[in-house]
Design a protein around this ligand. Structure first.
Ligand SMILES: [Zn+2]
Length: 82
């Protein structure tokens, strides 16, 4: 594992994600900035979020809401806005 990785969310040198967790630029950005443990936190949070708002992952509008919540949770800059 590289030692010069610092997670932009927790500021720790945790293990980075081995591959982009999502497709597209956003997945790439997450891989560059977010560590495995912060991503794991989001994966758990995501389940709560989907249940709380009764989101349908098949619905584009709901996917958009989920993506916004994820960016906020992970503290991503709005650069990869897709
Ligand atoms: Zn982190």
């Amino acid at each position: 594992m590289t030692t010069d990785f610092t997670c932009s969310r927790c500021n720790k040198s945790n293990d980075p994600l081995g591959s982009p967790p999502l497709g597209g630029e956003l997945g790439h950005q997450i891989q560059q900035q977010i560590c495995q443990s912060c991503w794991a936190e989001w994966v758990q949070q995501q389940v709560l979020f989907i249940n709380h708002y009764a989101l349908q992952p098949a619905d584009p509008e709901d996917r958009k809401k989920l993506r916004e919540a994820m960016k906020e949770f992970l503290g991503l800059t709005p650069a990869a806005n897709q």
